[in-house]
Write a protein that binds this ligand. Structure first.
Ligand SMILES: NC(=O)c1ccc[n+]([C@@H]2O[C@H](COP(=O)([O-])OP(=O)(O)OC[C@H]3O[C@@H](n4cnc5c(N)ncnc54)[C@H](O)[C@@H]3O)[C@@H](O)[C@H]2O)c1
Length: 251
């Protein structure tokens, strides 16, 4: 077991990749708190994890809710060893159709909340004299362009750059910060992005045509890469954006 006696806070753990991370971390011995705005699936995810998971409803882009949920999680778990910043909005809209408000909202959820949780978790780790690990979620879209997802691209590029800077800033405190950069992975978020094209089935087909492997990633495959970054196996890995994308960015 790679995470025996570790305590992890996972934002976005109610669905998709975050949920796969929650399940894998518990299987690897961790106790976890899932912070998510999806109450129904968050409660179901926690209930399926045999008392080793707590669900706390929270909009990560609301700093008051975020702080309250993080404090509650840490007092329940006693400490925080690992923070996973997974929660995100995958709005699939092209540049000319994206409003300022939509752009700001995506940045608030994907980038500003990642900064906020990183800062607050780091303060707690430092106060507890308990160096830990932070894994952010960037994306292949931090490194390559596409016609849609304009705000999402901007937010994930920000997460990639933020991760490098945070890794340097928190290194003296013994805190390791990295990011996972998933490729196209079959989750509710991917389906939402396909729906934004106006036709979910056609949207999914068009995404599939871009996959060098001829298939999407599975949430469990991304969770394995997150586990690597969160575990001592990655003890010399700092500020990385680990691509797990089935070759999407190498062709
Ligand atoms: N699925 C992909 O193809 C893909 C590709 C690259 C990167 N990613 C990244 O991986 C991560 C997980 O993606 P996914 O596809 O599993 O997403 P998903 O949409 O399936 O799940 C995201 C979770 O975040 C939660 N969430 C969204 N907004 C929130 C908010 N304001 N407050 C609290 N919770 C909120 C949702 O309720 C949901 O449980 C995201 O950071 C995403 O950007 C996904």
């Amino acid at each position: 077991m790679k995470l025996k006696q570790k305590c992890a806070v996972i934002t976005g753990g109610a669905n998709g990749i975050g949920r796969a991370v929650a399940e894998l971390f518990v299987a690897e011995g961790a106790r976890i708190a899932i912070l998510d705005c999806d109450r129904r699936n968050g409660e179901a995810a926690a209930a399926a994890l045999n008392g080793r998971a707590l669900f706390l409803p929270c909009d990560v882009s609301d700093s008051r809710q975020a702080d309250e949920a993080l404090q509650t999680a840490v007092s329940h778990l006693d400490t925080i060893d690992i923070l996973i910043n997974d929660a995100a909005s995958q709005l699939n809209k092209p540049l000319l159709e994206t409003s300022d408000e939509e752009f700001r909202k995506v940045l608030d959820i994907n980038l500003t909340a990642t900064f906020h949780f990183t800062r607050e978790a780091a303060k707690l780790m430092i106060a507890h004299r308990h160096p830990g690990v932070i894994v952010n979620f960037s994306s292949t879209f931090a490194f390559v362009g596409s016609p849609g997802y304009i705000a999402y691209h901007a937010s994930k590029g920000g997460v990639a750059a933020f991760t490098r800077a945070a890794a340097i800033a928190l290194m003296p405190h013994g805190i390791r910060v990295n990011a996972i950069a998933p490729g196209t992975t079959d989750t509710p978020g991917l389906h939402a992005g396909a729906r934004d094209t106006g036709d979910e089935a056609k949207g999914m087909e068009s995404f599939l045509r871009l996959q060098p492997l001829g298939r999407f990633g599975r949430p469990e495959e991304i969770a394995r890469a997150v586990l690597f970054l969160a575990s001592d196996d990655a003890g010399f890995v700092y500020g990385a954006n680990l691509l797990a994308d089935g070759g999407y960015t190498i062709i």
